[in-house]
Design a protein around this ligand. Structure first.
Ligand code: XMP
Length: 532
């Protein structure tokens, strides 16, 4: 059968895979939006799992010796011209296979089954019933909720497969090959909406593939350390630090790999939160003892931003000046051929780097603070395949503090997009102080980890107040706190009134020039998390 790449895979090359892993599961990527999520859910079972291109050769698969293969979903229909296919011999390798949605259709088709468009597209939660016992369904209740997202479905029974689960509209919601260790799921076990999805994936890797689940995040660190050492040789590597968890984890991995060959650059743009620069210094100069270059460019940023109020204009200036400052400092570092970045898998998707993927949406402004390719370095991106919580686990393993590892995200343009209106040193100080109070009070109340992002915003309005016997005419701080899974949607946090009260009292008493505090009760959408 011809192998096509009409839907080219997200994963450019399978070289990332380490064949020495004892227990390896491969996810063959057919372009499904949640393909990487499957890999991550398997890793959550302490079994190493990697996303690879769907047209990986059978020789390479044999060489990698996986315990199991998962064929992901994808946007195509198996009968489309040029739809990505698998070599049918893959099903004869003796390696257990789990086909999910499109992946199931491929398996079904490979054994002579027919795949047709369903009566209507099925999208969302549906109730699914177990019709036959099987190790894949161990521990599942007889009826469970699953998440469907498909147009096509397996049609008419084939002798090759037996149904394991069905729904009112889908007779083959879960199937198993009559004699081979090949399974198919019409629904998506990797998404949280599928109530027993984790159990199903765990059953596949442990009950069906026989994995023991002995892999740890530390194995991933070891693997990265070896890869980086081999790649870098005697060269220097530059790592841009932002103060956040991703770049800190990258720097810590690099430090573990190449020690003194690492140079870190931290640009103080004057738009940082209180104590941020000091913390970076403490961590990477005193604790990790790296060659740390702190560039204090705050005056330059402030002068370039002088009088600018338009949010997009601010972002552009901050992005440009950052690159200029970073480039100049990087040029002063001899023998550096590599640049390490904390790109995560969701960034890869969001930046549209995989323009072929259905998930390729972009929020241009999120690239602010990134570095352009023209800097001329080879990139090292050790977190490119990982999700945030995996990076956090790595951070803890590498000895970073809980405080850093669980730090709320902070945008590249920093306080620049939270200080609405003109940016002056005085207004930024006000905002910085108010923000520190918000975070401190949330920590004291034990709420910091319940909220994914919280901060203060300085509004470009003044309001009247009374203090003592006098009238005041001062600025307003808005407090924002949101709960979110992915930052694409977010709910405002129903903050206990006494915490709001303490925050308000402290800001008004302690921050000069602020006489009013308001709480932002808007969710995203239609609002965004940041105000600019
Ligand atoms: P919005 O405001 O779009 O924010 O709902 C979603 C998430 O993205 C962060 N954000 C940024 N991060 N550069 C960044 O690095 C930016 O320009 C930027 N704008 C927003 C925001 O803090 C939130 O976590």
């Amino acid at each position: 059968m011809t192998v096509t790449t009409a839907v080219s895979p997200k994963t450019p090359d399978p070289v990332f895979v380490d064949p020495k892993q004892e227990e390896l599961i491969l996810v063959l990527d057919f372009g499904g939006q949640t393909a990487q999520l499957i890999a991550r859910r398997v890793r959550d079972q302490n079994v190493f799992c990697q996303l690879v291109r769907h047209d990986l050769t059978l020789e390479r698969i044999r060489e990698l010796n996986p315990r199991g293969l998962i064929l992901s979903g994808g946007p195509a229909s198996v009968y489309d011209k040029g739809a990505p296919q698998v070599d049918p011999a893959l099903f004869q390798l003796g390696i257990p296979v789990l086909g999910i949605c499109y992946g199931m259709h491929l398996a079904w088709q490979a054994f002579g089954g027919v795949v047709k468009p369903g009566a209507k597209r099925e999208f969302g939660r549906t109730s699914c019933h177990v019709v036959k016992d099987d190790p894949l369904l161990k521990g599942l209740p007889s009826t469970t909720t699953v998440w469907m997202s498909h147009g096509d479905q397996a049609d008419s029974a084939t002798k090759s497969f037996v149904p394991l689960m069905d729904t009112p509209t889908c007779p083959f919601a879960a199937v198993k090959h009559a004699t081979l260790p090949i399974y198919g799921l019409q629904f998506h076990p990797e998404v949280t909406h599928t109530a027993d999805g984790t159990q199903l994936l765990s059953n596949f890797v442990k009950q069906v593939c026989g994995c023991h689940g002995t892999w740890k995040i530390s194995s991933l660190i070891e693997r990265e350390v070896t890869t980086i050492r081999d790649r870098v040789g005697k060269s220097r590597v530059i790592c841009g630090l932002s103060g956040g968890v991703d770049s800190s984890v990258v720097a810590a991995i690099l430090y573990k790999s190449i020690g003194s060959q690492l140079s870190c650059i931290f640009v103080d743009n004057g738009l940082l939160r209180k104590g941020e620069a000091e913390k970076v210094r403490d961590r990477f100069q005193n604790h990790f003892k790296t060659d740390l270059h702190v560039v204090d460019a705050s005056e330059r940023f402030l002068s370039e931003l002088d009088g600018v109020t338009d949010p997009q204009h601010k972002r552009k200036i901050i992005g440009r000046v950052f690159i200029e400052v970073f480039r100049k400092e990087a040029e002063s570092i001899q023998d550096a051929h590599f640049l390490a970045q904390g790109t995560l898998y969701p960034d890869v998707i969001e930046s549209g780097a995989n323009a072929d993927g259905p998930a390729a949406t972009i929020k241009a402004h999120h690239n602010v603070g990134g570095l352009p390719e023209e800097l001329g370095f080879e990139l090292i991106e050790p977190l490119r395949d990982l999700f945030k919580d995996e990076v956090r686990r790595m951070g803890l393993e590498l000895g970073l503090t809980e405080e850093l590892v669980w730090r709320h995200p902070f945008p590249g343009p920093g306080l620049g997009v939270r200080c609405l209106g003109t940016l002056t040193a005085e207004r930024l100080t006000k905002l910085r102080e108010a923000d520190a109070i918000v975070l401190e009070e949330l920590r004291t109340a034990g709420l910091y980890r319940k909220i994914q992002q919280a901060f203060a915003v300085l509004l470009p309005v003044q309001s009247v107040g009374v203090m003592g016997d006098g009238r005041t005419y001062e600025e307003v701080i808005a407090v924002r706190a949101v709960q979110t899974d992915d930052f694409m949607t977010a709910d405002w946090y129903p903050m206990p009134h006494e915490v709001l009260g303490r925050i308000s009292t402290r800001i008004i008493n302690e921050v000069r020039g602020v006489n009013r505090v308001v709480y932002d009760i808007s969710s995203k959408p239609p609002s965004t998390i940041e105000w600019e």
